[in-house]
Design a protein around this ligand. Structure first.
Ligand code: AMP
Ligand code: MG
Length: 463
């Protein structure tokens, strides 16, 4: 089967998008093709269609308008280097097929609309890693080189990522509608988003809509915290309405556990550090709530009170999701008052002892001895006793939720360097390991080792 593009997004008022048709590509070549995802989407035979994935096929593409708070400052944004090919429907699911890095668009502002091979390969790897960890995420179908140079700090080969997403509706899309268009646009957008992502809600139940988005985001961020994922740019334009993780720029997984870790070179204040992510989620959701006010009640005070009531539950919803996930990580099947404390003590121990986040949970799951953790382990075993479970039984469950392999910076960067030199083997092997992070093949064992690094790892946004 091939793509059955049909686009519902363009039924929105024209203020939400611009069409582009012209594109310039020299010699395109698909360098990464996600076979698994292609099968899921039923588009196996699209592989030959290189021109499509490089953005070279003459057809109408859609670029979407959005705004957003970037590091706290409100700006007009939009698809400056991305274009929607269309929506593909498979097994009653509708997904956006989008090209990222395919050239200038009406929203490019000063940018060239292009992307380098490094950052696109990075997104390919990390999004597949997230999917392997069962965390909602946009996916990567292909990386295609364009044969054009891209000028950043150094010259890079241009590349295009084919991104698959439940949709590209963002908190920033609502901010655009509310602050740059009008109330009518917000209503159209909300109705569209609800029909597309929250179809079980009654039409016009905007409070229910807000609550549903809030829940998905709370769940999502809890899952990030539980695997030590630092997104790096939690701007409101990078927060989806669908609840998928989007935009893998300066993101990274923690190795040694530091709650205040951040990786982005442009995040000088550490606004988006690991420990801040839940709070930033709340901040972004507050911006989202503001956009919905006119739909809730004509009297603004009444509308604010109604949304605040929902928003106030966010810390609890997040906390519950996090604790439930922590119980799974610790092999606890029932809930007890002391569980949060038990989990927090383990994290404090990790931080004080510079322990690797992923390896600590995994070692516990595999019954490996951990130096210096005996006191805590005694408490944990007592807690398991109360449940009437054996440690071995608990560990069996734990191995299904505590990954052995995460996308460690060192291996991601090494694979990217090979890719830049034209060799995709390391990327393919890493991605294969990341697709099943709970069972480690012999040939993938080395990905577990946390490499010792001299300098703190920094990721760059110059993508
Ligand atoms: P991001 O950092 O990917 O979330 O992008 C933030 C905004 O900058 C979005 O509006 C992007 O479309 C835009 N942008 C990023 N890189 C480029 C580029 N090379 N050319 C044009 N716009 C870009
Ligand atoms: Mg973005």
């Amino acid at each position: 089967m091939s793509f059955n593009f049909e686009t519902t997004y363009t039924a929105l008022p024209p203020t939400f998008f611009r069409e582009v048709s012209e594109n310039r590509v020299k010699e395109s070549q698909i360098i990464l093709w996600n076979k698994r995802l292609a099968e899921e989407l039923d588009v196996e035979d699209e592989y030959a269609n290189t021109a499509l994935f490089a953005g070279a096929q003459p057809r109408d593409y859609i670029t979407q308008a959005y705004a957003g708070h970037q590091f706290g400052n409100f700006t007009m944004l939009g698809d400056g280097r991305a274009m929607l090919i269309g929506e593909h429907v498979h097994q009653n699911k509708r997904v956006d097929v989008q090209l990222k890095g395919s050239g200038r668009t009406p929203y490019s502002r000063g940018g060239d609309g292009r992307a380098g091979i490094g950052p696109m390969v990075r997104e390919y790897i990390i999004s597949e890693a997230m999917n392997g960890l069962r965390i909602p995420t946009t996916r990567s179908l292909a990386v295609t080189t364009t044969g054009l140079p891209v000028y950043r700090e150094e010259v890079q080969q241009g590349a295009v990522l084919t991104r698959i997403a439940a949709s590209h509706l963002r908190v920033g899309t609502f901010q655009y509608a509310r602050h740059m268009v009008d109330e009518h646009a917000v209503r159209e957008l909300a109705d569209y988003a609800m029909a597309r992502h929250y179809a079980s809600l009654e039409k016009g139940d905007y409070i229910g809509f807000f609550r549903a988005v809030m829940r998905r985001q709370a769940q999502l961020i809890a899952q990030w915290q539980l695997v030590g994922f630092v997104h790096g740019v939690m701007n409101t334009d990078n927060m989806t309405i669908s609840g998928e993780t989007i935009d893998y720029g300066p993101c990274a997984f923690l190795d040694v556990f530091h709650a205040d870790q951040f990786f982005s070179s442009i995040d000088q204040q550490g606004r988006y550090r690991y420990s801040q992510q839940p709070a930033i989620g709340g901040w972004n959701l507050t911006r989202f709530a503001e956009t919905l006010l006119p739909l809730i009640d004509d009297n603004e005070e009444v509308a604010i009170a109604a949304l605040e009531e929902v928003l106030m539950t966010y810390p609890q919803v997040f906390g519950d999701a996090w604790l439930a996930g922590m119980r799974d990580k610790l092999g606890l099947a029932t809930a007890r008052m002391e569980d949060r404390n038990l989990a927090e003590q383990l994290l404090s121990w990790m931080e004080a002892n510079q322990a690797d986040f992923t390896e600590t949970f995994r070692a516990l799951s595999e019954g490996k001895a951990i130096t210096g953790l005996a006191e805590w382990q005694k408490q944990w075993e007592k807690r398991l006793e109360i449940e009437g479970t054996t440690v071995e039984a608990a560990q069996q469950c734990m191995r299904r939720v505590n990954p052995a392999i995460i996308a460690r910076n060192y291996y991601v960067e090494a694979a990217i360097q090979d890719a830049e030199a034209g060799n995709m083997d390391a990327v393919e092997m890493l991605v294969e390991a990341l697709q099943n992070p709970y069972e480690v093949k012999e040939t993938h064992q080395h990905f577990r080792t946390p490499p010792t690094m001299q300098n703190p790892y920094v990721t760059y946004c110059g993508t």
